[in-house]
Design a protein around this ligand. Structure first.
Ligand SMILES: Cc1cc2nc3c(=O)[nH]c(=O)nc-3n(C[C@H](O)[C@H](O)[C@H](O)COP(=O)(O)O)c2cc1C
Length: 184
C-alpha cells in the first residue's frame, strides 16, 4: 500500500475477530514501531503481546483492579474488555528520567511507535484500534503487567481481522487547523 494512502485512509476498527496477525505480519508491525522518531536513540519503548489465555488473565486483572464494591455488570465488562480482539499489544513508554531528552519527548516517541503499528496494521489489511481508559492508569493493572516506576502505559492496541468492512476515512477540511505565521 502506498504510504500516503496508509496515512490518510487509516481508520480504527473496533470489531475484531480471529485470525490474529501471523508471524510475518507481526514482524512488520514491530519493524514499523521501531522506526518511530526517537530523540537521542533512547528506544524509550517496549511491547507486550497478549493473546489466548493471556487475554482472559488480563480481563481477570482488570476486574480485580476495580473497587471491591463494584457492580457485577461492571466487573463483567472489565473482564470482557481484552476479549474484543484476538491479539493485544501493550505499548509501554520506558523513559530515562534526568536525561537531556525530556520525558515528554520520550513518551511522544512511544506514541509514535504505537501510531506506526496502527499504520502498518492498516497497510496489511489488519484491523486495529488504540484504547486506553481507566485500565491504562490503574496502579494495580500497571503492577500486574510488570510496569516499572519509570514506565507509562501508552496504549492497548487491539489487533485482528475486521469483522466487517471498515468505514471510509473522513477527509476533513484542514483550514481551521493550519495557519501561516506571522499572521497577516
Ligand atoms: C492515546 C489514545 C487513547 C485512546 N483511548 C481510547 C479509548 O479508550 N477508547 C476509545 O474508544 N478510543 C480511544 N482512542 C481513540 C481511538 O483509538 C480512535 O482514534 C478514535 O475512535 C477515532 O477513530 P479513527 O482512528 O478511525 O479516526 C484513543 C486514542 C489515543 C491516541
Amino acid at each position: 500500500m502506498d504510504a500516503l494512502v496508509a496515512l490518510t485512509d487509516r481508520v480504527s476498527v473496533p470489531r475484531l475477530v480471529a485470525p490474529a496477525p501471523d508471524a510475518a505480519q507481526r514482524e512488520l508491525l514491530f519493524q514499523a514501531a521501531l522506526r518511530a522518531p526517537d530523540h537521542g536513540q533512547l528506544k524509550p519503548w517496549r511491547f507486550l503481546i497478549i493473546e489466548g489465555e493471556g487475554l482472559v488473565q488480563l480481563g481477570e486483572l482488570f476486574a480485580a483492579s476495580l473497587p471491591v464494591d463494584s457492580a457485577p455488570e461492571l466487573l463483567n465488562k472489565a473482564r470482557n474488555m481484552p476479549l474484543r480482539a484476538p491479539l493485544m499489544v501493550v505499548v509501554i513508554a520506558s523513559v530515562t528520567e534526568g536525561h537531556k531528552v525530556p520525558v515528554q519527548e520520550q513518551v511522544l516517541a512511544a506514541g509514535c511507535a504505537a501510531h506506526a503499528m496502527l499504520l502498518a496494521a492498516h497497510a496489511q489489511g489488519i484491523g486495529a484500534v488504540w484504547r486506553t481508559g481507566d485500565m491504562a492508569y490503574n496502579p494495580n493493572v500497571l503492577t500486574g503487567l510488570g510496569l516499572q516506576a519509570n514506565e507509562q502505559l501508552v496504549g492497548y492496541l487491539y489487533l485482528g481481522t475486521p469483522e466487517k468492512e471498515p468505514r471510509t476515512a473522513p477527509r476533513p477540511d484542514i483550514t481551521p487547523f493550519v495557519k501561516a505565521w506571522p499572521l497577516v
